[in-house]
Design a protein around this ligand. Structure first.
Ligand code: NAI
Length: 774
């Protein structure tokens, strides 16, 4: 007699194809080609290109290659619509967003099928993950629109947002970009990826159907050239998701324009399995981490790091599971892994894997049909510095590497230039949270992977980009806080940074630099004349030494807020004790209101001391059985180029919030009046500020700021100076894609010289998902 288990073992799956007739009818209605969605209607098709279904190679549609004129027309439509849109109440905007959410739900099946056809992802994913998250995103942000007036009082939208999205989650990325932008009162010009523009065009129809005012959302299709035209266009904010390479280009192109930028870029995320982990659950985790969407996921857990003690068993279990994955027709409901988005991407995966094999990697692979598919792959014997361990493959390829101790695991996890996500598997809560604190990643999942929610900020550290999408933080990216005139937009007039005059020798009478807690002679041996004396003329080498000293001051970031607060209170008191000296120094430098400047600087030290143990994160309700923590973390080493005006107060206003949050700083004080800052050396020493936490290099601000911007160990840069200096610093920051903040001139003694914005800018959010109530 046949046992049921025998039946199950031999049972073949039949095809269970999803019905695609509605989508095919829709495509047939657009046989003549798609135009753009501008000002509430579809334009006539222009020069078009083919959009194909990667699984079959069939041509699905012809789509217009957006020209510069198209982009400009879309920006003009968005600009025209913006006053009306922001003129609505938050509640009225919320109603529009609710309508979009509901319409997405009503057309959920249509969107899922279209997405799977266009992108090649399995219908199970588009139906159960992408589209529900799209609806969730619009609902969540309808809520933010509703609450705008009470939750973000006084805040205003930027205006017109340019948004460029990739092909891996086409409709979901649209939702991530469009929902917060519209909720905040911005209007949008969005460019979908050239491989996958169809769901965005279908969404445009939905927007029209549910009465979104004309011009609030505009969609221009095309390739990278269209994207570049949008970057160059007259927009007030740019948001980009895609490759790190293009992120760098956009950083350079937008440098000095004073428009806020969010970049969500690549990753090479670690998936760490400790010996005590639930191995079966961790195996399923890897399936979700690297074979979800064929590994074409920016936060894919591409580097599986396994404790040596369980490596063999884990690899055996994982290989067996991998071989059971079904690869094939995306529209078959039984399919686990669909097609690779485009033959170009398939070639890229093949090339990188071949390179890995040439470097000694050994592959374990599952089955794979003919066509634009790639098998689920595990690569072993991969050296940490090799291609497969370092390059973002963006395909279904996981590397497996073993580690011995948790310290090894952390150092392997962090051995990457990226910092997007990490997944940690262990039954030991102490270990999980200890490692979560140490990994360089914007998102950490404990005993889970690839969880997303509209309420949880998502975004990277290091070369994975900057800025967060989702939750309150994501809304913040589409809003300007109540701001003073000229905030970020009126940098010091060009040429206002005076020249240095003749460099002078005679270094012994000169105020020295301050590096690693010690006074140091500038490498150049030169000084320059400033009111009240001479200051050292710092150069690249001094900056490098100062960064090295700051790197060594890591303990500061790990100190408790209370410890840091105590040091800062002490600093405030010591500054207070020497107030008259500082007043004299400022008066000698030509200040007309030295007493007030010193008094405000002292108060500011107290204020940031008070904040050191109070500026905190949050806990968000997200998806069931998880608690999601938002932890603000220091960047590590920050570079700060201080304003020329109000030399003591400008310095304190920027350096204090940075160190209060646990950063170590390399600061370039006022170029013209640096001696108020160099007088602080003794105050810093007597206040027990640890060596290396504050380093001061005097000299030519813009030259030194550029060196800081170029330095890979500087994780964030604040620049308060000229428009040209800001441009140079931001362009130079593209190397490691550090977060930059260019501050215009302002009255540092006013309320704009101090506040939470400084603390927010001195930290980056780490979103940690942990099991809770399971
Ligand atoms: P990509 O970065 O070139 O494309 C993303 C978007 O940027 C598309 O809409 C594209 O048209 C646009 N774009 C391209 N060049 C542009 C420019 N100069 N200015 C403005 N917009 C521009 O990504 P691509 O070439 O499709 O994929 C290459 C690699 O990038 C992948 O293998 C993967 O490693 C990575 N990638 C990462 C993504 C992520 O979410 N982190 C998403 C897509 C790709």
């Amino acid at each position: 007699m046949t046992e049921i288990t025998d039946i199950l073992k031999t049972m073949e799956y039949g095809m269970a194809p999803e019905d695609s007739s509605a989508v095919r009818d829709w495509l047939a209605r657009h046989e003549a080609g798609f135009g753009h969605f501008i000002g509430g209607s579809m334009t006539a098709p222009g020069e078009t290109f083919e959009v194909t279904a990667p699984a079959s190679g069939d041509v699905l549609a012809r789509v217009t290659q957006g020209t510069q004129a198209d982009v400009e027309a879309a920006v003009a439509a968005a600009r025209k619509a913006q006053p009306g849109w922001v003129g609505l109440s938050g509640h009225e905007r919320a109603r529009h967003l609710y309508a979009l959410a509901r319409h997405v739900q009503q057309h959920a099946r249509f969107f899922a099928v279209l997405e799977s056809l266009d992108n090649g992802k399995p219908i199970r994913e588009s139906r159960d993950v992408d589209v529900p998250l799209v609806a969730r995103h619009f609902y969540h942000h309808a809520g933010w629109a509703e609450l705008m007036e009470t939750e973000f009082p006084g805040a205003a939208p930027h205006g017109v947002c340019g948004q460029i999205i990739p092909w891996n989650f086409p409709l979901l990325m649209l939702a991530w970009k469009v929902a917060p932008a519209l909720a905040a009162g911005n209007t949008v010009v969005l460019k979908p990826a050239e491989y996958t523009p169809l769901t965005a065009l279908a969404f445009a129809e939905i927007a029209r159907e549910c009465g979104l005012p004309k011009g609030v959302l505009n969609i221009v299709t095309g390739d990278g050239e269209t994207g570049a035209a949008l970057v160059a266009a007259d927009v007030d904010k740019l948001a980009f998701t895609g490759s790190t390479e293009v992120g760098r280009i956009i950083r350079r192109e937008t440098a000095g324009r004073g428009i806020p930028l969010t970049l969500e870029l690549g990753g090479k995320s670690p998936f760490v399995v400790f010996a005590d982990a639930d191995l079966d659950a961790a195996v399923e985790g890897v399936v979700d981490a690297i074979w979800f969407n064929g590994g074409q996921v920016c936060c894919a857990g591409a580097r599986v790091l396994v404790a040596e003690a369980v490596e063999e068993r884990f690899t055996r279990l994982l290989s067996a599971r991998m071989k059971a994955l079904r690869i094939g027709d995306p529209l078959d409901k039984n399919t686990d892994m669909g097609a690779i988005v485009h033959p170009v991407q398939l070639d890229r995966i093949r090339r990188l894997v071949a390179q890995g094999v040439a470097e000694g990697a050994e592959l374990i692979q599952g089955d794979c049909p003919e066509g634009c598919f790639y098998p689920a792959t595990i690569a072993r014997h991969v050296e940490p510095a090799s291609t497969l361990a370092t390059e973002e493959i963006f395909g279904p390829v996981a590397t497996i590497t073993s580690f011995r101790t948790p310290e090894d695991a952390v150092s392997l996890a962090n051995a990457t230039r990226y910092g997007l996500a990490a997944s940690i598997w262990t039954e030991n809560v102490n270990l999980a949270l200890d490692v979560a604190a140490q990994v360089k990643a914007g998102v950490v999942w404990v005993n889970a992977t690839n969880l997303f929610d509209a309420g949880a900020p998502f975004g990277g550290m290091r070369e994975s980009g900057f800025g967060r999408e989702g939750g309150r933080e994501g809304m913040g990216a589409y809003l300007k806080a109540p701001q003073p005139e000229g905030w970020e937009t009126a940098p010091e007039a060009p040429g206002a940074a005076p020249g240095l005059g003749q460099p002078q020798q005679g270094i012994d009478r000169t105020a020295k630099l301050y590096i690693g807690g010690k006074q140091a002679r500038p490498d150049s041996g030169y000084s320059y004349a400033v009111p009240g004396g001479l200051a050292g003329l710092g150069n690249r080498k001094d900056i490098r030494n100062a960064v090295e000293a700051a790197r060594k001051a890591k303990g500061w970031g790990k100190a408790t807020g209370h410890n840091r607060a105590q040091v800062l209170y002490y600093l405030a008191e010591n500054l207070s004790a020497r107030a008259t000296e500082f007043e004299a120094r400022l008066t000698a430098s030509g200040s007309s209101d030295a007493a007030q400047e010193v008094e405000t600087a002292i108060r500011r030290c107290f204020w940031y001391a008070a904040q050191a143990d109070k500026f905190d994160g949050a806990v968000r309700p997200t998806v069931g059985r998880h608690v999601t923590m938002m932890m603000p973390e220091p960047f590590g080493v920050m570079g700060i180029a201080c304003p020329v005006e109000q030399p003591l107060l400008g310095f304190v206003s920027l350096v204090l919030p940075a160190i209060a949050m646990g950063n170590a700083v390399v600061a370039v004080p006022s170029q013209t009046h640096p001696l108020a800052a160099t007088d602080l050396y003794q105050v810093l020493e007597t206040s027990d500020v640890p060596a290396g936490v504050v380093n001061i290099v005097t000299g030519e601000r813009d030259v030194l700021a550029r060196t800081l911007a170029e330095h890979d160990d500087v994780a964030a840069l604040w620049y308060a100076g000229s428009a040209e200096g800001a441009r140079v610093a931001e362009a130079a920051s593209a190397g490691n894609l550090k977060s930059t903040w260019c501050l215009g001139s302002r009255d540092w003694s006013g309320p704009d010289g101090q506040g939470r914005a400084f603390l927010e800018r001195a930290t980056q959010i780490k979103t940690i998902w942990t099991p809770y109530g399971a």
